[in-house]
Design a protein around this ligand. Structure first.
Ligand SMILES: O=c1ccn([C@@H]2O[C@H](COP(=O)(O)O)[C@@H](O)[C@H]2O)c(=O)[nH]1
Length: 224
């Protein structure tokens, strides 16, 4: 089985990002480039990281009107990402058009509820569902809009997996036992998420901020 860990390269300098990716590349299955990386380094940065030969996950969390999101998907074709994110709350038409505009080999996944949010946060937004119900509702919508899968926390993955057997599930908010949680609120261990059905385990700071990132990545790999 291939390594499900994607390293979140949330570091400001391209030189440091390339160095970090090189250090851990034998202990992860792919690299996730998010808003910090893409806004700073754009397509050039993506090409630099792609040279290492790992699959690229562009975590752009697209959320706009359908025509604009479809245009953005077309614009990133050339980068040949393995995975791209859109926000599921952008609605059915937006997700349908995003999927239709994506490259054949790109999985489009819908972000349900950010792992940095809890029940009180969504209540502040006027959502009175539990996180589980909110995630399930958005996962159903993403499924029926033709997406490949969703992003959710490890706390919902087994529930979502039961409803969407062949979905592709991306799980961030992962923390090995004893590591700092930081701004994440719905966390589980990488092993728990994998056992519950995650396809991709997104891990950033527990590796990137470790004293020895390669050793941290190796230790996580050993738990899986
Ligand atoms: O709900 C979400 C969606 C995306 N992310 C992204 O994953 C990584 C997590 O990084 P850590 O340092 O391991 O917390 C980061 O790039 C987020 O943008 C998420 O955390 N939650």
């Amino acid at each position: 089985m291939s390594n499900p860990v994607y390293l979140a390269l949330d570091v400001p300098r391209l030189h440091d990002a390339v160095a970090l990716a090189k250090q851990v590349k034998d202990h992860v299955g792919g690299v996730k480039l998010g808003l910090e990386f893409f806004n700073a380094h754009g397509a050039h940065g993506v090409h630099m990281i792609a040279q290492l030969g790992l699959p690229i996950f562009l975590d752009l969390k697209l959320h706009d009107i359908p025509n604009t999101v479809a245009g953005a998907m077309q614009a990133i074709h050339v980068l040949e990402p393995a995975i791209v994110t859109v926000h599921a709350c952008g609605g059915r038409a937006m997700m349908e058009d995003a999927k239709a505009a994506a490259g054949e080999n790109t999985k489009v996944v819908g972000v349900t509820m950010l792992t940095s949010l809890d029940e009180r946060d969504i209540r502040d937004m006027g959502i009175n569902d539990s996180p589980e119900d909110h995630v399930l509702r958005l996962a159903d919508l993403a499924h029926s809009a033709g997406l490949d899968g969703v992003v959710c926390s490890g706390q919902e993955i087994s529930m979502v997996h039961k409803q969407w057997k062949d979905g592709f599930f991306v799980v961030p908010g992962l923390r090995p036992e004893g590591s700092t949680v930081g701004d994440q609120k719905r966390v589980v261990t990488p092993r728990q998420a994998r056992d519950d059905g995650a396809s991709v385990l997104v891990i950033g700071r527990p590796i990137s901020r470790a004293e020895d990132p390669a050793a941290a990545a190796r230790a996580i790999e050993a738990t899986l």
